[in-house]
Design a protein around this ligand. Structure first.
Ligand code: HEM
Length: 388
């Protein structure tokens, strides 16, 4: 399972060209095998089966902390801390509670699209004006974060989200640190306010209980804010770009908005907002018949698993009509995305409304991608549309 070629492919994946279009690199890695050794103690799971196996294997855990904001969050902790924290937040994300937000999401989406369609010259930035604002509005409402603050969240959260990427340049590390300090101070003051005058919201509820240490409360609030919109923003942005690249499919969705559910599932498979995650072996285990020693690092390539031909026929094609579509875009096992129901609901509501309010949607300039290996999406996407 070890290949010299793997190290070169991995280096390419981390380069600007690889980040821009990782899919051909993933295909080459899959040709080397479902579990590829890059160097001693560093493996890459490339197939659907091995990614799923690694994420579900309790012999693997998430990596240790290095003094960052999200270290104390559930995402970066193992049982029993992970289990305790996740249970506390899970109540806010039950399908029943989330589905109860459908009308509020629809109202927010309509309002944003009304503002957008009134833009002078029928031009707007789809990312800033819609793809970002909808999920951030929804998560602010769910957590009880004042909506008026959402203006400054986007760059700050994008910088804190650098913690989810493998490597950072010194400049990125500096931006990450100041953003983390800003967000920590913000949440600390919000928590103090809610302790003084509680409201009917999740932050008030958690601030009043002593179930979480202060760094855990702040770390998880930051995680929810970031996970709550960085990813969903990119699901909307990547989905719009996929439609613009496939005009016949776009026309079909316009004609039949009831297809939104299938389209969203295929957007998630075809160009997932989270491309990879990683694990460390906490004890000896076996993956796909190979022994893995404690301390070994395994990268689980979600974006590659979703293009695995042995799982998805014609995997490189965008085919919203595929049956039994089960992308692994929300992960698997203990850390399976807590917000999967919410993200799907937001996207299923957003796409038909977006296409209905902005007929003839088209690019008005070159979209700019964020150069990231983990969170895949656009910084800006200038669009235009016909008069509605
Ligand atoms: C399309 C949108 C989204 C995608 C693709 C996505 C993807 C993921 C993935 C792959 C993981 C697992 C990471 C790992 O195993 O290391 C995860 C975890 C998580 N996600 Fe999402 N997510 C999305 C939206 C959301 C939303 C809307 C929320 C909350 C409002 C959310 C909250 C979380 C949380 C709290 C975790 C950590 C769960 C744990 O550690 O137990 N996500 N997400």
């Amino acid at each position: 399972m070890s290949h010299g070629e793997a190290a070169a492919l991995y280096a390419h994946l981390a380069s600007p060209a690889g980040r821009d279009d990782p899919y051909p690199v993933y295909a080459k890695l899959r040709q080397l095998g479902p579990l590829v050794g890059v160097e001693p103690g560093f493996l890459i799971a490339t197939s659907f089966e091995t990614v799923d196996e690694v994420l579900r294997d309790s012999a693997f855990g998430v990596g240790g902390g290095s003094g960052r904001l999200l270290d104390a969050s559930m995402l970066n902790n193992n049982a029993p801390d992970h289990t305790r924290m996740r249970r506390l937040f899970a109540g806010a994300f039950t399908p029943r509670r989330v589905n109860g937000l459908a009308d509020a999401i629809t109202a927010q989406a309509r309002e944003l699209l009304r503002e957008m369609s009134a833009a002078p010259g029928r031009q707007a930035d789809l990312m800033a004006d819609f793809a970002y604002r909808l999920p951030v509005g929804v998560i602010c409402e769910l957590l009880g974060v004042p909506i008026a603050d959402r203006g400054w969240f986007r760059p700050v959260a994008a910088d804190v989200a650098l913690e989810l990427e493998g490597e950072m340049t010194p400049e990125e590390e500096a931006s990450r640190q100041s953003a983390a300090e800003l967000l920590t101070a913000y949440f600390l003051s919000l928590v103090r306010d809610r302790r003084r005058s509680p409201g009917d919201d999740l932050i008030s509820e958690l601030a009043a209980s002593d179930a979480l240490a202060e760094d855990e409360l702040i770390g998880n609030l930051a995680l929810l804010l970031i996970a709550g919109f960085e990813t969903t923003t990119n699901l909307i942005g990547n989905g719009v770009m996929t439609l613009l690249d496939h005009p016949a499919h776009l026309a079909r969705l316009v004609a039949d908005p009831a297809l939104a559910e299938r389209y969203v599932e295929e957007f998630l498979r075809f160009d997932p907002p989270v491309q990879l995650t990683s694990r460390v072996a906490l004890e000896p285990t076996v993956v796909h018949g190979h022994d893995v020693d404690p301390g070994w690092f395994v990268m689980a390539l979600i974006g590659s698993a979703n293009r695995d031909e042995t799982r998805f026929a014609d995997a490189d094609a965008f085919r919203p009509d595929r049956t039994g579509n089960t992308p692994i875009s929300f992960g698997a096992g203990a850390h399976f995305c807590l917000g999967a129901v919410l993200a799907r609901l937001e996207a299923r509501i957003a796409f038909p409304l977006l296409l209905g309010c902005l007929p003839g949607l088209a690019l008005a300039g070159e979209p700019v991608r964020r150069s990231r290996m983990v969170l895949r999406g656009y910084e800006t996407m200038p669009v235009t549309w016909d008069r509605s």
